[in-house]
Write a protein that binds this ligand. Structure first.
Ligand SMILES: [Zn+2]
Length: 79
C-alpha cells in the first residue's frame, strides 16, 4: 500500500516520544538559537528512549526533554 508522506514539516515538528508539538525552532524554519533546547537541560534518558533513526533527526518536546523527578508516590483518590 502506498505510504502517504504528506505533512513532513508537521512530522518534524512532532515530538517522537509523545507526538505533541516539540516547539523546535529549526523545524519551524527559525534559527536554532531560538529553540527552547538551547536554554534547557535535556534529560539524557529521554534521548535514550529515541529510536536510533530518530536521534538527531527530530526534536523532542520540552515536556519529554526536561529531566523530570520520579513522582514515586501515586496520587491517591481515596475511593
Ligand atoms: Zn514530547
Amino acid at each position: 500500500m502506498p505510504a502517504t508522506r504528506t505533512g513532513s514539516s508537521t512530522w518534524a515538528q512532532q515530538c517522537p516520544l509523545c507526538g505533541q508539538s516539540n516547539g523546535c525552532a529549526v523545524a519551524q524554519g527559525l534559527p536554532a538559537a531560538q529553540c527552547w533546547c538551547m536554554s534547557a537541560e535535556i534529560d539524557p534518558q529521554a534521548l535514550e528512549r529515541l529510536a536510533p533513526a530518530e536521534r538527531g533527526q527530530r526534536c523532542i518536546c520540552p515536556a519529554c526533554g526536561r529531566a523530570q523527578p520520579d513522582p514515586g508516590a501515586r496520587p491517591n483518590r481515596g475511593d
